[in-house]
Design a protein around this ligand. Structure first.
Ligand code: ADP
Ligand code: MG
Length: 232
């Protein structure tokens, strides 16, 4: 779907929250690397798409009423067979219907299970004074508990991207700590700059979250994406 199309469609449905699939499509069009993700609206469709993409597979709930998908039992990782995909599809719908009986469900997203990397996050939010601001941090508990993050105002220069990665306390983890694979930091710098350009070119986007991104020694890929539009 065209770029304007994705945002227009959400607006016409009076939604401010893009689905994971819409958010990833929009980011992909901006040259940001995301896991290829498709929508299934039946169990059979989920299985067919899985077979096309190749196992192992991840299924996730697609509903603008469910923000934290895994908390609600809406994420199933590492599915290795058609049978497991079918069961996971049913389990996800059952869990969501039970926890959020009012939720409008668009379907279930089907994506490849990405190879594990170092989890990082890039976010964008709008500050009343400074406008769009980018955040970078390490994913998981490091950001949730330790708030080990850095910020820069959009638009970022190359030097900002460089600095914001290096100033987090967890930076040594990216350099390959205790036998861990060292991360392609230059690629992360480019990714941050792409997100900065995206924010600049989309003033209608109020909030953006790539959480997590898996960073590797040869690139990085976002496995989850959230985009929230401002009031129009
Ligand atoms: P939410 O943040 O809404 O709970 P996510 O889409 O971030 O849901 O999924 C939860 C976790 O599952 C992620 O933090 C990541 O560790 C893992 N995960 C999600 N998608 C994939 C994927 N395609 N490949 C591998 N791991 C994934
Ligand atoms: Mg997430």
């Amino acid at each position: 779907m065209a770029k304007a199309g994705i945002i227009d469609k959400a607006r016409s449905e009076r939604r401010n929250v893009l689905t994971e699939i819409e958010a990833k499509e929009l980011l992909k069009q901006a040259g940001i690397s995301v896991v290829d993700t498709k929508l299934a609206t039946t169990r059979e469709e989920a299985i067919t798409i899985s077979q096309q993409l190749g196992f192992p597979i991840v299924l996730k709930i697609v509903s603008s009423d469910v923000v934290h998908k895994s908390d609600a039992g809406g994420v199933k990782l590492g599915l290795k067979t058609a049978k497991q995909v079918g069961k996971a599809y049913d389990d996800i719908l059952r869990a969501i219907r039970q926890k959020y009986p009012e939720a409008k469900i668009q379907g279930v997203s089907v994506q490849k299970m990405a190879r594990l990397g170092v989890e990082v996050i890039i976010g964008m939010s709008k500050d009343a004074q400074f406008g769009p601001v980018l955040m970078f941090g390490l994913g998981g508990v490091l950001v949730e508990v330790l708030k080990d993050v850095s910020f820069r105002i959009v638009p970022l220069a190359k030097r900002d991207a460089r600095e914001m990665i290096r100033e987090i306390k967890g930076y040594p983890l990216l350099e390959g700590y205790r036998g861990q694979e060292p991360v392609d930091v230059a690629n992360l710098e480019e990714l941050i700059l792409k997100v900065s350009s995206f924010a600049e070119q989309h003033p209608e986007v109020e909030e953006l979250d790539l959480n997590p991104i898996f960073a590797y020694s040869d690139g990085a890929v976002a496995v989850d994406a959230r985009v929230i539009l401002g009031e129009s």
